[in-house]
Design a protein around this ligand. Structure first.
Ligand SMILES: Cc1cc2nc3c(=O)[nH]c(=O)nc-3n(C[C@H](O)[C@H](O)[C@H](O)COP(=O)(O)OP(=O)(O)OC[C@H]3O[C@@H](n4cnc5c(N)ncnc54)[C@H](O)[C@@H]3O)c2cc1C
Length: 396
């Protein structure tokens, strides 16, 4: 075992591990973060920006998103050189898709705006004229939008590196190139971790797994069958195109009925995403397809006709994300390791809520009680309801 024992050992240096290391170190805890590659070498790194949005979010994530969005703004202002966050507002645009009635879509818009506002994400309904006043290059074949003024975008790689740097300033130790291969346990507690190099590292108090796609492999030997979350891997694709007409897209833009998100990054380039993904192969990491590119481009042109003049720059789908069957994460402790906390299954939109989740993970670690904000994310949600079903069936 290594000589110095840290109270909190975190595995994985993406936005979750780095911001949690910062929170714990700021609270005066001794923290060691172990990252297998470099900081931000997973889903929290790569080109462009990530959307930081509450708009269109699962209602169970909205309260934590409201906290996260406030924290993005706070750290942008507090850290020297910020975290690369720009609060530009988010627009979710609506048309009437084939097979739907206009009153249904308008009803959905009103219900979503109301629920989002109630759960902490102020949301305004816009008619077509108001939508076009905010985003003049949009197609006219829309009925309106939901506007969230607190939404924005963030240079995710920079933010992750900034949290790691601030964590070090606050006293955390970060080791890169330190891939964890095994959790060592005794008496129902994690006592240490083993690295690929053969070195073992002691866990003083708590072990935290924020290794995203790497978490499952480490946890699996310790999870009971009923705790194993229904997760899989996704490789979301980002497409970059030029902006030859020098048009401006002002918001983080998403389309309610198309797999489309559009951002204009700081150099003017347009970044297209929103649901296109590529295959995960055993040989290489990604295998693209013409259809994943073509669909995304045609959806983008349908929303912003001027994009038809753009040239293709590149597609990137090199980062693996974990997706959970119900589209929200699992943040929990395994029954077999009472001093271990893990979080994964961010389902393609975990960056935005990261600061809220790690704030509450840090509260849980320090105070010893699961915060109410994290209650929706238990692993028990996939099996517990069966208790009621069985009771009801027995009574029939
Ligand atoms: C292309 C793409 C676009 C996205 N767009 C958005 C968006 O617009 N908005 C949004 O909110 N979210 C978005 N997401 C999701 C978001 O980026 C992720 O949910 C988030 O970054 C996950 O952070 P993380 O820290 O859990 O994981 P990661 O950033 O993947 O970090 C995990 C780290 O653990 C390390 N690791 C793994 N195994 C081990 C091990 N055994 N030992 C040591 N270290 C290990 C990895 O090297 C990695 O650095 C997107 C994701 C992708 C891939």
């Amino acid at each position: 075992m290594s000589s110095q024992t840290s109270e909190f050992v975190i595995v994985g240096g993406g936005i979750y591990g780095s911001s949690l290391a910062y929170q714990l170190a700021k609270a005066g805890k001794s923290v060691l973060l172990l990252e297998g590659g470099e900081i931000a070498s997973g889903a929290s790194g790569g080109p462009g920006e990530r959307g930081v949005r509450a708009n269109r979010r699962d209602t169970r994530e909205l309260p934590v998103a409201a906290v996260a969005l406030a924290l993005w703004q706070k750290y942008q202002q507090e850290f020297e050189h910020g975290v690369g966050y720009r609060r530009i507002g988010g627009l979710q645009v609506f048309d009437v898709p084939y097979g739907y009635r206009e009153h249904e879509v308008r009803g959905q818009m009103e219900a979503m705006a109301l629920t989002q506002t109630r759960l902490g994400a102020p949301s305004e309904l816009l008619n077509l004229e108001q939508t076009l006043a905010r985003e003049p290059e949009l197609t006219r074949s829309l009925i309106g939008a939901i506007y969230c003024p607190n939404d924005g975008v963030c240079d995710h790689t920079y933010a992750t590196q900034q949290f790691a740097a601030e964590a070090i300033k606050a006293g955390a130790v970060i080791r890169t190139g330190a891939k964890v291969t095994e959790i060592l346990a005794e008496g129902g507690r994690a006592t240490g971790v083993k690295l690929a190099s053969g070195e073992t590292i002691a866990v003083g108090s708590q072990l935290i797994l924020t290794a995203n796609a790497g978490t499952q492999t480490l946890l699996n030997p310790y999870l009971h069958a009923h705790e194993k979350a229904p997760l899989w891997h996704l490789m979301p694709q980002m497409i970059y195109v030029t902006n030859p007409l020098n048009k401006k897209i002002n918001h983080l833009l998403s389309h309610a009925h198309r797999k489309l998100a559009v951002k204009q990054i700081v150099d003017g380039t347009l970044m297209l995403s929103g649901g296109a993904s590529v295959s995960y192969t055993a040989e290489g990491l990604w295998k693209g397809s013409l259809s994943s590119t073509a669909n995304n481009l045609s959806d983008a042109i349908a929303a912003f006709p001027f994009i038809d003049h753009s040239s293709f720059v590149k597609a990137d789908a090199s980062r693996v994300e974990t997706v959970c069957v119900d589209g929200i994460p699992v943040v929990d402790k395994p029954q077999a390791l009472e001093n271990t906390l893990y979080g994964y299954g961010w389902s393609g939109h975990g960056f935005a809520i990261s600061l809220g989740i790690t704030k509450f993970m840090s509260d849980w670690l320090i105070q010893g009680e699961r915060p109410a904000a994290l209650a929706p994310f238990t692993s028990a949600r996939f099996t517990q309801p069966l208790t009621f079903v069985n009771e009801a069936l027995e009574g029939l």
